[in-house]
Design a protein around this ligand. Sequence first.
Ligand SMILES: [Zn+2]
Ligand SMILES: [Zn+2]
Length: 290
Amino acid sequence: MNAIQTTTVTLTGTGVPHPAPGRAGAGVLIQYKDTTLQFDAGRGTVIRLAECGIAPHQLSAVFLTHVHSDHVMDLADVVLTRWIQQTLHPTSAIEIVCPWGAPEQFVTRMLDAFEIDIDLRIKHVQEIPPKFSLSAFETTSNPQTVWQSPDGTVSVLAIAVHHEPVPDAVAYRVNTPNGSVVISGDTRVCPEVEAFARGTQLLIHEACRTQAMSHAIKGSKFEQIFDYHADTIALGQMAARTEVPHLVLTHLIPQPRNEQDCESFISDIRTGGYTGKVTVGSDLDSFEIN
Ligand SMILES: [Zn+2]
Ligand SMILES: [Zn+2]
């Protein structure tokens, strides 16, 4: 158990499906005292958590924003690693919180491919099969509380976002005694996240330079792909309306390779009119909420 009194937010992955050096798949870790919450579990999440000093057995719950592989790739690793570590760190079944429908269907099936490995380990040293407790909720356009810490100090709310044609996609808002954080998941710039982010201290939002790349992508599949992601100029406009003091960009399209690329993201956000603090996220960037 850690003894953190502030709320710490760490990016465990800022990448997208196309791999890039130094960028794990989507994920955000939020810690307040002994509440340790992971949002999405993309490629490399368990390793990134280890780099934060967190093992799967220390997680209070894992939340999924939607079913795309770059957000769920390492969820089975979280569950299986926690299970294998039971010999050293006995814990209860991990809680997985996600929307009903596509994400819930993925979670219920995700260990099927590991059946042979699970049988082998049970015959060898593991006493019982791996377990998780699934808390699935109906996605709604109004905020709803989907999780609370046992002492009631930390709550997590969800709201439906717009990542169509992907069904059952949500953003999360985490309320702690230090303040609130919003995690957009994958979405176009939308009024639901805008309403969610008002009055919070930190907005972690996916970012796609759609307008800047419009000529380069014209007539290609990327036009369709970029259509369900958040254009950085529109995001700057939205962030300005929310008056959130700090905007963190993640799930970066295109993935920045140098300082100049990062500056281009910031320039788009400024063009949108946002004047608060902007961070172009890197893996393991960490922010404290006070
Ligand atoms: Zn994604
Ligand atoms: Zn997605």
